[in-house]
Design a binder for this molecule. Sequence first.
Ligand SMILES: [Zn+2]
Length: 481
Amino acid sequence: MEKLLVVGIDGISYTRLKKLIKNGKLPNIKNFFSDKTYQPLKSTILPTTPVAWTTSYTGKNPGKTGLYGFLKKTSDYAWEIVNSSYNKELTIWEILSMNNIKSIVIGMPISKCFHDKNIIFLPGKFSKNKMINVPPEIKKIYKLCPSNIWDYKEYKYYIDLRFSVAEYLLKNFENWNAFFLGFEHLEIAHHNLFDKAPQIIDKVYEFFDKRLGIFLSQIDSNIDFIFYSDHGHKLYKKSFNITSFLYKEKLLKINKKRKILYNGFLKKIKTIFKPLIPISFYSSIKYLKKNNMKSSDKLIETLYDQKNSKVYPYNNTSGNFIGIYINDISIKDKLIEKLKTLRYMNKKVIKQIYKKEDLYNGTYKDEIFDLILEADENFFIDPNIHNTFYKVISNTNISQHELLGFVAYNLPNQIKIESIKDIFSAILYKFNINFPDDIDKDCYICSKFKNISYHTYSNKEIATSKENDNIYKSLKQLGYI
Ligand SMILES: [Zn+2]
C-alpha cells in the first residue's frame, strides 16, 4: 500500500515562510515542495490551536468536537482549560486503524488516541494521552518543547530531538502507511521571541529546514504528503479592547475583586488579585502552573461579572477574532449595528460579524458564544483587562494568531485542500476509506464528489490504552517490526 507523510507545524507564519523561501533560506522545504505550490490555508474560526488541530483530525466543526478555544464552558459561568481528552470524536489515525491502516503519530498538537491496535502514538502539546506502543528506548528520551524557552540552542535541541525520534521509528517500523509528525516549536518561538529577538525566529525556521532535509533524505522523494499549519502568526500594531468597549457601552460589568479561584485548591489558598492588576488568560495559565495545577482542573474565571452583564467576551485571545456571549438578546441587533459602524482613523474596526449558527452545528453549539467578531486584519482583539482599561483602541506590539496558516500537498490530482477541515477527508479519500456519516458535509471532497461512501463508526470500537509493553509485543506480531 502507498504511504502518506503528514507534517503538522503549529502556528507557522505564511508570510515569513514565503519570504524565507524566496530568499533561499529554506532550501529543503523549497526542493521538497518542488512544483507543488504552498498556499495559505483557512483555519477554523476561532483560529486557535485546540480548535484548528481538532477539526483537522476529525473533519468536524467546533459544534461537534466541543473544542472552540482553550476554555470550555462547564456550566453557566465556569470554565475549564481543555486538553486532547475533551475531544470525544474519532481522529483520523483512529479511523485509519479501524480500517487496518497503520500509523505512526508523533507530537501532533492536542492529539489523542484510544484505538491503539495499529498505531504508534507519541503525544503532542496539550495532549493528555500517554505514549502507546512506543519502544522503551524512545520512551526514555521523548520530550515536548517547553513553552518557556528563549535560547536558540534550546530550540535546536528540541527540534533535533523530535526529528531523531521520528527517524528512529521510521527506520525500525517500516510497515507504516501514514506517518504524522507534529511540531510546536515554531509557534513557541513566535510567541516568545517576536519582540526580544525577532532575528532568532528566522534562525529557528532555518534550522528546522536543515533538520527536515536530513529527515526527508530518508524518505522516498515521490511520497504523497501534506504539510500544514493550524493558523498563522502576525504582528499586530493596534489593539481593540472588546472588554473596554462593552464596559463603556454599559453592557458589561466588572467584578470589583477579580479573583481566579480553583475548586479544591480554593480550600488551601484563596488568592485575590487586587483590582487593576493586569490579568490575562496567559497569566491565569502561569498562575495555574506555578501552583502545580493540571490543565484539566477547573478554572473559574471571574474577570467579568458574567451573570449580571448583558454581554461579555470569551476570555481567550485569538488574533483579530473574538467570541462574545449575549445574555440579553434584546440588545443583539443594536450591538451588531454599533460594532459595524465603529471607526478608527476613518477605517472600519470590525470587518465581519458572524452569528453562531453561521459557523457551528452539533451537540456543543449551545455552549459556544453567540457572536464572533472579525476585526480588520491590523487589529488584535484583546479581551483582557489592563491598566489602560478604559482605552478601546491602543497601540500594541504583539505576535498573535491569524486566520491563514499554510498548506502544501502532493496527493492524487482530484483531491484539493481548501480549508483545514479538508485535511481529514483528503487523507480518508487517499486511502479509499469510507467517510464517517457525521462528517461535516461542506468539506471539499464531500461537496464535489457524489460517489463517496459513508459509514457509521462506533466509539464502542475504541480500545482503551493498555500496558504499553504488552501492546509492544502484540505490535511485533502484527508485523510492524
Ligand atoms: Zn496553534
